[in-house]
Design a protein around this ligand. Sequence first.
Ligand SMILES: [Zn+2]
Length: 310
Amino acid sequence: MSIATHLYGQSLAARLLDAAAGRPVQAYLLVGPARTGKRLAAQLFVQALCCSFRDDPPCGACESCRAVAGGYFPDWHLWEPDPTKKKRTIKIEQIRHIQRLSAQHPLAAPYQVLQVNEAQAMELEAAQCFLKTLEEPAPHTIHLLVATSTVGILPTILSRCQLVPLHLVPAATIAGELQTHFGSGREQAQDLAVKAQGRIGWAIASARNEEPAASTGDNVADWPEGRLDATRLAEKWLQRSPEELVASLQHFQRLLYAKGVQNEGLSWAGLEALQLCEGAIADLQHFVSPKLTLEVTLARLAKVAAEVKQ
Ligand SMILES: [Zn+2]
């Protein structure tokens, strides 16, 4: 097997990573729009680097491959912005941790992989510290940056990373992959492929019913172009647990981000909607009544959507 066997719709990235797994360099940047498969690509790359079988890795079945897939592999470390903070950034303390680990030897595999998700959100101080870490290479340590854009990443960091681009995937390709690998019928595959707007990761998760909003038919995907019936949506969402509500709001945020990436920037309405979602998630996490939170948030979202249409 190879990375290309499992990374659907991203043949260029898969080819680059398959080639890199044999003789990895010090740092990689996986860059592409939200929900296009970056994190899966990162996981497959770590498996390929650490797989016990060196012929055409990853095998997917050895102890290392299974531990990576299960998220408990000791030589794979992950950092990302603190989800509980309003301002989602990578902080200097997180990079200092990376710097300390960087010099250490891996425990179980030939390499240790230090991965930073949402790398474009590194604070300046953190980025400068990360650059220093890259300037002191350790032969057994591979740095893996994952980002939605190269904007916001220091050019001096970029120049030290091998770029692995992931793209929005054509609808016909998404539909084909859903039918071939995920058991979708023709109609469902085509429907999801259109809604995905290139985001194959979203389409696959939806086909597997892993997306709470998609699987229950909420029409927020088209916001603000689509209608947002706040009362009806509130009634439906209120049947969910607070955890599911947070997941639904986060899903909506991802859709907004994806739309922003496609349009090279979020509209003011998109930004306002993101802020409303942030506030609602914070309220839910601080045990404010879900009913109250939803009624207020959805009504405001509907208002923003209505203003856009005028
Ligand atoms: Zn393996």
